[in-house]
Design a protein around this ligand. Structure first.
Ligand code: ASP
Length: 321
């Protein structure tokens, strides 16, 4: 029988309505989860890392969670790890594990959109599916995964796309890797792209800005000049465009050594174009920006924080798209 360790961190998965709080709060324990997991899935152990809404996570929580998952998959008596996590920032924690942990063993994130006190609580169904994936040989060497609604997604690709829908976790560009069926786990495609950054820490002074039509570059300049940002991720327009009045500020930031990483606010796809007008992709390449190859803005920030925790951050980003 495979050995699977569940790391619990909180989220709606662990929440139930409490009158005094006038809403759902994280209260379920590891033992509550274990009591609902069929015995024949795997030899399942539980470790409570925390019990927080994911909006309460600090970078220290994020880093420590990834180090605990790394330590577990390095052990001979652990075949796979499941992490229960709030859905609001799950894609960021899962991607941090994906991009910093060098393992063939499955690390599988899951959560719930409905609290245990809500009709149709989805926590246990997602937990059981995640354990089955963590215990599956077919899930080896896929990187960190997210399992929701029996769908298996790559952490690099998955994102929360709807504020309340159960089917909120989607891989917007390429779709799920596979599906959990009643009799087996089926992997239909394997991700071609896996990279591991040997980060020893997360650089905290890294920020994320989303561009919008007619927006001033003032906040960007504030981050460079006042905050002293080490890195800034820009969610640019379309396939990598900024208003032309942003260019001098971006060029100046690159010159003073701030890592500027380009992503798109669109939600799927790399940043690349063929335009010749001011502020288009070509100008960002010429300015010396780095490119995140289809990562969402929040994941590009996680990657940049990890990369800046190494000696050679530049090596982990593309120079053109
Ligand atoms: N607020 C919750 C969180 O901790 C949402 C969830 O888990 O779905 O992210």
């Amino acid at each position: 029988m495979k050995h699977v360790t569940i790391l619990t961190t909180g989220g709606t998965m662990a929440m139930t309505h409490v009158d005094a709080a006038r809403g759902a709060v994280p209260l379920l324990t590891g033992a509550d989860f274990l009591a609902n997991v069929p015995r024949d899935l795997a030899d399942v152990r539980v470790e409570e890392v925390g019990n927080l809404p994911s909006a309460h996570f600090t970078l220290e929580h994020l880093w420590n969670l990834s180090r605990r998952a790394a330590a577990l998959v390095a052990r001979d008596d652990v075949d796979g790890v499941v992490v229960t996590h709030g859905t609001d920032t799950l894609d960021e924690s899962a991607y941090l594990c994906d991009v910093t942990i060098d393992t063939r063993k499955p690390i599988v994130f899951t959560g719930a959109m409905r609290a245990a006190s809500d009709a149709g609580y989805d926590g246990i169904a997602n937990l059981v599916a995640a354990i089955r994936v963590a215990a599956s040989d077919d899930a080896l060497a896929l990187g960190t995964l997210a399992v929701f609604n029996d769908e298996i997604h790559a952490a690099r690709e998955v994102t929360k796309t709807h504020t309340t829908a159960l089917e909120t976790f989607l891989s917007t560009e390429w779709g799920p890797l596979g599906r959990v069926y009643a009799d087996r786990v089926v992997i239909a495609r394997r991700p071609t792209r896996r990279e591991v950054i040997p980060a020893t820490r997360l650089e905290p002074n890294v920020h994320l800005l989303k561009l919008a039509v007619g927006m001033s570059e003032g906040l960007f300049e504030y981050l460079v000049d006042v905050v002293g940002a080490r890195g800034i991720v820009l969610e640019t327009l379309g396939g990598g465009r900024v208003p032309p009045w942003w260019l001098p500020a971006i060029e100046r930031a690159v010159q003073v050594g701030v890592a500027i990483v380009i992503t798109s606010r669109v939600g799927a796809g790399r940043t690349v174009d063929h335009y010749g007008y001011a502020g288009a992709h070509r100008d960002l390449v010429n300015a010396g920006c780095w490119f995140a190859e289809g990562l969402s803005g929040q994941k590009a920030r996680v990657k940049l924080m990890a990369a800046l925790g190494t000696e050679n951050a530049r090596a982990y980003f593309d120079n053109a798209g």
